[in-house]
Design a protein around this ligand. Structure first.
Ligand SMILES: [Zn+2]
Ligand SMILES: [Zn+2]
Length: 288
């Protein structure tokens, strides 16, 4: 069921912070580029996409594996530095998406509200900023997660300051590297965060419109190999809608699912456990 505010939602809002994040990317033209810029961009991109796909999505939204309270907080905090609000907000809306996929009650279905609403319009709608804690009762009992829910942008702001400090210190210690504090901020925070926004948003828009359908599920989800690569496994979205409790989303060997392999490595060292696989019956299922 939609909350009353979600029922009255449907028109994109206008988000000054989101606009600011996009405009700030222009700062890359005023700072040094080169390998350090590329390195910090890729590092922050991979950390954030992993925190969102393995943390926000496969853990907080679907509980496909288990972990300690400490590592749960690490995933939550890292995800919150990606400036996509906190895991309780994210998971509460994502659970809603699975309950109502591509029906009128889906908060971000391109079938009913068009591509732009599904991609970015819904995140700018103020009425959808609220978190329905009843949908995430399993995690809203943790005070540290509730704190992130109340202060969803403090960690992202702290990350920008941290990058500014790290880049400035490296510049002082190793001036020949070509690193600067603002370079780390513009490439590692603004550009990287905006790239992660659109890759995440593409799962809600593109992965419900373009790609192959292995499973004839009731929604429009698709397997999109480009998103499979850049979103570290999230592009196998038709697989995911068929069997959402599986940690693994790439069901075939050629469906590269980097987040799953990182989680397997983390399971080996004992940081996570109980990783779930798709059953054989689902793997061998064919469209009628
Ligand atoms: Zn999901
Ligand atoms: Zn979906």
């Amino acid at each position: 069921m939609k909350t009353p505010s979600e029922k009255s939602a449907g028109r994109p809002g206008f988000s000054i912070p989101l606009l600011f994040m996009h405009l700030a990317c222009a700062g890359v033209f005023f700072v040094p580029g080169g390998w350090p810029a590329f390195f910090i961009f890729v590092l922050m991109y991979v950390l954030h996409v992993f925190a969102l796909t393995a943390g926000y999505h496969r853990y907080f939204s679907h509980k496909t594996y288990q972990t300690s309270r400490t590592f749960q907080f690490v995933l939550a905090l890292l995800g919150t530095t990606a400036a996509q609000r906190d895991p309780l907000w994210w998971a509460s809306h994502h659970r809603m998406h699975h309950m109502n996929s591509d029906t009128e009650d889906d908060v971000h279905s391109p079938r009913h509200h068009g591509f732009w609403w599904a991609h970015i319009g819904w995140v700018m709608n103020r009425q959808l900023c609220e978190t329905d804690l009843n949908r995430v009762k399993d995690f809203s009992k943790y005070p540290e997660l509730l704190w992130l829910n109340r202060h969803p942008y403090i960690p992202a702001f702290a990350l920008a300051i941290l990058l500014l400090g790290a880049g400035s210190v490296l510049n002082l210690l190793f001036p020949t590297l070509g690193v600067s504090g603002w370079q780390f901020v513009f490439y590692g925070f603004f550009l990287s965060t905006v790239a992660v926004y659109h890759v995440t948003f593409c799962i809600n828009s593109v992965a419900h419109l373009h790609g192959r359908r292995r499973y004839d599920v009731a929604d429009d989800s698709r397997n999109n190999w480009v998103l499979g690569l850049v979103a570290m496994g999230e592009g196998w979205h038709n697989n995911h809608h068929r069997y959402a409790v599986s940690t693994r989303q790439g069901f075939q060997w050629w469906e590269i699912d980097l987040s799953y392999w990182i989680l397997r490595a983390l399971q080996r060292v004992g940081l996570v456990w109980g990783i779930r696989e798709p059953p054989r019956s689902v793997l061998t299922e064919r469209k009628p």
